[in-house]
Design a protein around this ligand. Structure first.
Ligand code: TMP
Length: 220
């Protein structure tokens, strides 16, 4: 008979502002896909368990107002961001390409977060984007969209550096400026189970659709 084309897994990305429910939904989605017999792995950026991730974690948890030394802090973070995003996000391509078995990945945050947060801090949008051109493109990006005033009421909001309502509003508009055909806006005001069912349906459809399609690169 004819040769069967190799089947690959799908790259499913969850994006959103802080406290929009990404971690809850990613964990439920991975569990449900496994229960349905899909091979799937869970990744997140930043991964706070790696050495660089630990530095980023300390940076994010320090909410003190910026003082005279802050300029240096910011520069260090920007320098940390570029190599860390390169090496760690490269692992996304490795995971998909090296698993001929067709493992899918559910990823929390990726280039869009890096760009949205950096641009919201005032860095030049094109400059922020330039270091991510050519990274593996997600097959689908699910943007969990929660009104910032709702996010602000959720437990823990304000614990970390970027969790300020005005800043998050800016981040949200940066995200929405990057909206494209492979980015779906999900209404994150719905219940956990409603959102979960929506994400499962989209994920299954994406896994089926992408199995024999070539991988794509971001902004190329
Ligand atoms: P999280 O671990 O809860 O997703 O939070 C990570 C924080 O770091 C969140 O405020 C978004 C921010 N961030 C950046 O500033 N740049 C990046 O490249 C990424 C991935 C996240």
């Amino acid at each position: 008979g004819p040769l069967q084309p190799l089947r690959r897994g799908a790259f499913i990305l969850l994006e959103g502002c802080d406290r929009s429910g990404k971690s809850t939904q990613a964990a439920k989605l991975v569990r449900q896909l496994k229960a349905r017999g899909c091979r799937v792995e869970h990744m997140r950026f930043p991964d706070r368990t790696t050495p660089i991730g630990k530095m980023i974690d300390a940076y994010l948890k320090s909410t003190q107002e910026l003082d005279d030394h802050a300029g240096n802090d910011e520069k260090i973070f920007v320098k940390v961001k570029v190599p860390s995003s390169f090496t760690s996000r490269f692992s996304v391509r490795l995971k998909l390409v090296c698993s001929a078995s067709g493992t899918s990945i559910v990823v929390e945050r990726y280039a869009y977060s890096g760009i949205a947060f950096s641009a919201a801090k005032g860095l030049d949008f094109s400059w922020c984007k330039s270091s991510d051109v050519g990274l593996l493109a997600p097959d689908i990006t699910l943007f969990l969209d929660l009104p910032i005033c709702e996010a602000g009421k959720r437990a823990g909001f304000g614990d970390e550096r970027y969790e300020k309502e005005d800043f998050q509003r800016n981040v949200r508009s940066q995200f929405l400026d990057m909206k494209h055909d492979d980015m779906k806006i999900i209404d994150a005001r719905k219940t956990i189970d409603e959102i979960h069912r929506e994400l499962v349906a989209i994920a299954i459809e994406t896994i089926k659709k992408c199995a024999t399609l070539p991988l794509k690169d971001l902004w190329k």
